[in-house]
Design a protein around this ligand. Sequence first.
Ligand code: T4K
Length: 373
Amino acid sequence: MADDIFVTRPYLPPLDEFKDLLGRIWDTGVLTNCGPYHQELEEKLCEYLNVPHISLFNNGTIALVVALRALGVKGEVITTPYSFVATSHAILWTDCTPVFVDVEPGSLNLGPSQIEVAITENTAAILPVHCYGHPADVDAIDAIGAKYGIPVIYDAAHAFGVECHCGSVLTHGDLSVLSFHATKVFNTFEGGAIVCKTPEMKRYIDQLKNFGHHGETSVIETGINGKMSEINAAFGLLQLGYVDDAIAKRAAIDERYRAELVDLPGFYCLGDTGQTRQNYAYFPVRIGAEFPMSRDALYYYMKERGVHPRRYFYPLISEFPMYRNLSSADSVRFPNAATAAEEILCLPIYPDLDDASVTRIITMLRDAAASRV
Ligand code: T4K
């Protein structure tokens, strides 16, 4: 167990540096309610991510719910069945209905043409995911949103720091939502954020995440408590100073996997969807028919040997009980997503995964590829 390798481990900066930041919290007694660390982290993240406005949240799921609410989305929301369940749960939490459409076979992101044919008079929003931090086709999807007057909210939970041809992917659509969960490239233990374009929208989102308060005695919205605490924000500020180094370490692991696994039959590394800056959040591989064992067999083969990859995203969201009776939930409607759910395996990747561990994983995969089971 001590030698087990998990799909990820959180990046933790030096504890002493965190203790220094905690000292200020103890001095001031400001623990939450958008205090100085919260404010500073919003400013620093705008600079780092090159986005106009950001509102911090206590997690990405609440941020998604508030994003839908902020745009007044009511009705059907076109989305992907190939994601973490939070994407669709946010839609249900706002009393909207997910409409699942297929992903593209290469990027595993929603396909613009599939989105367009699914649009009806009931469509209230489009909610694509930048799956694994690989950008969706933002230009085409934004154009569809504009053409039909439908808001686009990107679930950018995996896309911290990712850039494409026109800069940060987070500036696309009406809103983008980030997750800073412990398992993410940039983490604040738990946390999330909404990226928006105008100061008015930022103010509105800030109100929504703070019970709908507008001043001390006035409440103008049925808001929620979505605020990030000062401890989480302080940790984020510390983390931000190390994130480039953390991403560089992920990049080195990504490079080794690609170089040393390239010749395995039926073993395909996913990756390039036109991003100009990646964050190497995940290392998804497709296990094809020419590989000597199925994806699931490989998953158990590795687990038995102490390496714990993950089948992100199996099963499809549409198979969970609260979704499976929707008219859009029949998986014959999304063959690419259904195939991906059966074939994709995410290998361990995180900054502290050392060379010896990467070698162990590569050797294990080469042994599996050479086996006759
Ligand atoms: N949209 C998308 C597309 C998302 O992927 C997510 C979250 C969201 C929205 C919602 O954002 P948040 O509300 O979470 O901010 C994990 C994460 O819990 C979840 O945040 C993430 N996506 C999802 C893809 O993965 P699990 O079920 O894989 O977590 P768990 O606990 O099995 O952790 C995986 C591995 O990480 C463990 O084997 C060991 C390691 N780990 C995990 C934690 C929590 C640690 O070493 N330390 C830790 O504290 O869901």
